[in-house]
Design a protein around this ligand. Structure first.
Ligand SMILES: [Fe+2]
Ligand SMILES: [Fe+2]
Length: 212
C-alpha cells in the first residue's frame, strides 16, 4: 500500500554553503538539529501523503490530485534538507523508521476516517510545521543565509498546504478540533524530542527577540 522510498528521499549531496559564517559550537549544533528534524519531518510527511493517497484512490478520488501535488513538494523539501546536511556535518535522524511508521499510520487512519479528516490532519501538521519554521528562520537569519533562504522558500509551500487544507474544512466540530489539537501536540512533541528541546529555545528567542 505504501510506496517504496524514492531516490529523491534519500539522495545525499555535498553542496557547500558559501554564505555561512563560522558558528559557535552551540549554534552549529542547533543547525544540525534543525536539519535533522526538518529532514525527518519531511520524510514523515511523505509517508502521510502516500498513505492518504493510497486510501483516497478508493474512497474519495477527487482529493488525490491535491494530495499528489503536496506530496511532490514534500519530496523536494526532503531532498533539500538532505543535501544541506554534509556541508554542516549533520546526519539524518537515527529513528527514521519511527517517523516513517508514524507518518504511514497517521496517514492511513485519517484517510480511512474520511475526506474531512484528511484535511484536518493536513491542517494540523502544516500549522505546527509552519510555526516551527518561523522559529528556525528567526534563529538562522544571521547565522546561515543559505539554509535561511531554503527554509523561507519551503515555508511558502507549507503555507500553501495549510491554506489548501483549511479551504476544504467545513466548519468546526468538537471531534475535528480535538483531532487537530491531538495531531498538533504529537507533531510538536516529535519536533521537540528530535531537537532535544532546541525548538523551545528558538520559540522563546522569537518571542523575546533576543538569544537565550
Ligand atoms: Fe514539507
Ligand atoms: Fe507540507
Amino acid at each position: 500500500m505504501i510506496g517504496p522510498l524514492s531516490k529523491a528521499d534519500l539522495v545525499p549531496a555535498g553542496r557547500a554553503g558559501s554564505e555561512r559564517a563560522a558558528l559557535a559550537p552551540a549554534d552549529a549544533l542547533t543547525v544540525r538539529r534543525i536539519l535533522k528534524v526538518n529532514h525527518a519531518g519531511e520524510y514523515g510527511a511523505i509517508r502521510i501523503y502516500r498513505a492518504q493517497i493510497a486510501v483516497a484512490k478508493r474512497t474519495c478520488v477527487e482529493v488525490v490530485p491535491q494530495l499528489e501535488h503536496m506530496l511532490e513538494h514534500e519530496i523536494e523539501h526532503c531532498r533539500v534538507f538532505r543535501e544541506a546536511m554534509p556541508a554542516r556535518s549533520a546526519r539524518p535522524c537515527r529513528v527514521m523508521s519511527l517517523w516513517s511508521l508514524g507518518g504511514s499510520v497517521l496517514g492511513f487512519v485519517t484517510a480511512v476516517m474520511g475526506r474531512q479528516t484528511i484535511w484536518t490532519c493536513t491542517a494540523a501538521v502544516e500549522a505546527a510545521v509552519h510555526r516551527h519554521l518561523d522559529d528556525q528562520l528567526h534563529f538562522l537569519r544571521d547565522k546561515d543565509r543559505e539554509l535561511y533562504a531554503a527554509i523561507l522558500a519551503i515555508r511558502e509551500e507549507e503555507l500553501s498546504h495549510l491554506r489548501t487544507a483549511e479551504s476544504h474544512l467545513r466548519g468546526t466540530t468538537l471531534g475535528g478540533s480535538a483531532l487537530r489539537g491531538a495531531i498538533s501536540s504529537v507533531t510538536d512533541a516529535l519536533i521537540w524530542l528530535s531537537t532535544w528541546g532546541d525548538s523551545s529555545r528558538m520559540a522563546k528567542e522569537l518571542k523575546t527577540g533576543a538569544p537565550t
